[in-house]
Design a binder for this molecule. Structure first.
Ligand code: SF4
Length: 423
C-alpha cells in the first residue's frame, strides 16, 4: 500500500505532516510519487483564508476521477482529510460544519482529527539540515479574525523534556538549523504548571481532546505515555522553576511561567546549532528575558517574525490584539537597542471590518517607522465561527482591500524583491 500526503498552510501543518508520514510508515506503507500511484491520499488542510479552503475543495473534486478509475480496477483508493478543517468538525458540536464538508467533498472517505497523530511519533524528515520542532499546539488568544483557536483548539504545550531530547537527537544527527513552532511560542508553558494547578489546567482544556482521568493518572504515574501538557516527572523540571513564581495573565485568564520559553530557547541555542528560529511570537507577551536570550546567543536568528496585523489602535482593539501601535514600536526599539542587526518580518491584514482610510494610513505609518524586511499582507476574509464574523460587518469593499494590499506590497515587499534581484 502506498500513501501520498498533500500539505496546505503553515510550517505547523508541514511539521504535522511529518508525523502523519511516520504513522503511515509504521503501518508498513510506502511513499507514492503522485496522487495516481497512491492508495491513500492524505490532505492536510488549512483554513486561514477562504482561498486556502477553496483549494482543498478543488483538489478533492479533481481526485474524484482518479478514485473512480482505481476503484473500477478493484484497487484501494481512500481520500483522508485532516488538519484545520477537521479541527473545526471536531469542535463544532452542532455538526453543521461536518455536514457542509460532506456536501462539498463527497469524494472524501475519512475525516481524521490531527489529534489522532499526536506528538509521540518521530517525524519523517526529508530535509536533512533544517528541522521543525513543535513546542505547542493551539491558541488561547482568540483574535477576532482568527480561526486557529477553533481549528487547533486550546493551547497545549508539549512536555519540556521531549522538546529538549528531540533537539539533542537532531544535533546528534547533524542537523544545522531548528525552528521551534507554536501559535504563540511566548506563552509556551502556560499549561505546564506542576501539581494540582496542572491538573486544573487539564480540566480547562478541550474535553474532547483529553480524557481527564487518564491525564490525571498519567501525571501521577509519571508514565512515559503521558499526554501533552503534562510534566513527565518533577525531577526533570528545570531547576530554575523552583524559584519562579507563576504570574496571572489577565487575557489568558490563567497563570503562566513567564520565563519558560526564553529558558527553553536558551537551552536549545546552547546545543550548538548554526541557526535557531522560532515562530510565531506575539508582541503583547514578548518578555525582556526573551530579548536577553536572543541577544546573548548569536546563533538565534537575526530575523524576527512579529505579527502586527494593524498599526491602528482602534482596529487592534476590534481584532482583540493586546497591544497598541506605540507599544509595538517601543518593543521594536527595545529589540533593536540590544540587537542592532535584527531584521523584522510581519503579518498584516488589510480591510478588516470597519477599517477606514485613516486607520489604514496608521498601518502605513507604522510600517514606515519599523522598516519591515518582509510582510505577509492579506485581505480580510470572514472565517467560520470567529467573533469578527458574528459581531462585525465585513464592510470594506474588495476593491478597497486590493488597493490597500497593493500599497503595502509596494511599500514593503516590492523594494525587497528588487534588492534581491540586484544581488
Ligand atoms: S495569536 Fe491570534 S492570530 Fe495568532 S493563532 Fe492565536 S488567535 Fe490566531
Amino acid at each position: 500500500m502506498k500513501y501520498y500526503i498533500k500539505t496546505f498552510g503553515c510550517q505547523q501543518n508541514h511539521a504535522d505532516s511529518e508525523r502523519i508520514e511516520a504513522d503511515f510508515k509504521a503501518r508498513g506503507y510506502t511513499k507514492a510519487r503522485s496522487y495516481k500511484s497512491a492508495n491513500y491520499v492524505i490532505i492536510n488542510t488549512c483554513m486561514i483564508r477562504q482561498t486556502a479552503e477553496n483549494r482543498v475543495y478543488g483538489l478533492v473534486n479533481n481526485l474524484g476521477k482518479i478514485k473512480q478509475a482505481k476503484l473500477k480496477k478493484g484497487e484501494v483508493y481512500k481520500i483522508i482529510i485532516t488538519g484545520c478543517m477537521i479541527g473545526i468538525v471536531y469542535r463544532d458540536k452542532t455538526g453543521k460544519y461536518l455536514k457542509l464538508l460532506k456536501q462539498r467533498m463527497h469524494n472524501a472517505d475519512e475525516f481524521m482529527p490531527i489529534e489522532e497523530v499526536g506528538f509521540n511519533l518521530t517525524p519523517v524528515r526529508t530535509d536533512k539540515t533544517s528541522a521543525w520542532v513543535p513546542i505547542s499546539n493551539g491558541c488561547n488568544n482568540f483574535c477576532t479574525f482568527c480561526i486557529v483557536p477553533f481549528t487547533r483548539g486550546r493551547e497545549i504545550s508539549r512536555p519540556y523534556e521531549d522538546i529538549i531530547s528531540e533537539c539533542l537527537e537532531l544535533k546528534k544527527k547533524g542537523y544545522k538549523n531548528v525552528m521551534l513552532l507554536g501559535q504563540n511560542v511566548n506563552s509556551y508553558g502556560a499549561d505546564l504548571l506542576v501539581g494540582e494547578k496542572n491538573i486544573q489546567v487539564m480540566r480547562d482544556a478541550d474535553k474532547t481532546y483529553f480524557d481527564i482521568e487518564k491525564a490525571k493518572g498519567s501525571f501521577l504515574r509519571n508514565s512515559p505515555g503521558a499526554p501533552m501538557g503534562v510534566w513527565r516527572s518533577k525531577k526533570t523540571m528545570p531547576s530554575f522553576l523552583k524559584n519562579v513564581k507563576p504570574v496571572y495573565v489577565k487575557h489568558l485568564g490563567r497563570q503562566r511561567i513567564p520565563t519558560l520559553f526564553p529558558h527553553l530557547l536558551n537551552e536549545v541555542a546552547k546545543m550548538g546549532f548554526e541557526k535557531v528560529e522560532f515562530m510565531s511570537s506575539n508582541p503583547w507577551d514578548f518578555s525582556d528575558e526573551l530579548i536577553d536570550v536572543m541577544a546573548k546567543n548569536e546563533n538565534i536568528s537575526r530575523s524576527l517574525h512579529l505579527p502586527v496585523q494593524s498599526g491602528d489602535d482602534a482596529v487592534l482593539k476590534r481584532m482583540n490584539r493586546w497591544y497598541s501601535a506605540d507599544e509595538y514600536l517601543v518593543l521594536i526599539s527595545k529589540i533593536k537597542a540590544q540587537i542592532p542587526n535584527m531584521k523584522f518580518t510581519t503579518d498584516i491584514i488589510v480591510g478588516f471590518c470597519g477599517e477606514t482610510d485613516k486607520e489604514f494610513q496608521s498601518t502605513v505609518d507604522l510600517c514606515k517607522k519599523v522598516g519591515f524586511n518582509w510582510a505577509y499582507v492579506s485581505m480580510y476574509s470572514p472565517r467560520f465561527n470567529t467573533a469578527a464574523t458574528k459581531v462585525f460587518k465585513d464592510d470594506v469593499s474588495h476593491i478597497t482591500k486590493k488597493k490597500r494590499w497593493l500599497v503595502l506590497e509596494n511599500l514593503i515587499n516590492q523594494p525587497q524583491l528588487k534588492k534581491s534581484k540586484i544581488h
